[in-house]
Design a protein around this ligand. Sequence first.
Ligand SMILES: [Zn+2]
Ligand SMILES: [Zn+2]
Length: 219
Amino acid sequence: MSKYENSSGIDDIDGPQETGNPAILPFSEVIRFHGHYCAGVTLGYCASKIALQELRAGRDVDEQLIAIVENDACGIDAIQAVTGCTLGKGNLIFRDHGKHVYTFINRVTGDAVRISLKDRETDDTQKALQARVREGTASPEEREALKRLQQEKMDRMLVDPPEDYFNVKRVKVEIPEKARLFGSVKCSKCGEMVAESRARVQNGDFVCIPCFDEYTRGW
Ligand SMILES: [Zn+2]
Ligand SMILES: [Zn+2]
């Protein structure tokens, strides 16, 4: 049996856990959170499962885990739902590289794992259908056929061993510091409060980023 098929053997990480049973969130919950069933959310779900297994961790409670994600597509919602690394908590770090690469760090053990999507061949039928849909020349039947193909692929992805889809590598990374709290200052233009860490100074007064007139010399 693949080590990914059973999620019950995962060790708990330090810190409060609601149940002591860090089972993987059911996929149906992830779809509910994301809103629709798509390839991206399926990929994100599989990557999250690998991460929790590899890092021997349950869903994050208070920044024990960190996710560094290199795209901002559908899969990120699965990662937030399953691993508990969220933008709001500050342990989801977004790097705008447009790559299906995810690095997860366990702050408690210092372990880190880099999960990258393998380059998989798309079959010619699907390629041709995708091209016609992109060009807007596909018939309704062809659109349906493509949808069916994609659906089959997603369904398969959920039962196949995740390592068929991802490269998984242990890495050494510098552990980012925990999210900090900052005081606020009042923007002298709009009057709204802004975190000190994001405030700008203009003519000696604090301003928020939207009110700040960018100064540029064009280079
Ligand atoms: Zn989606
Ligand atoms: Zn302002």
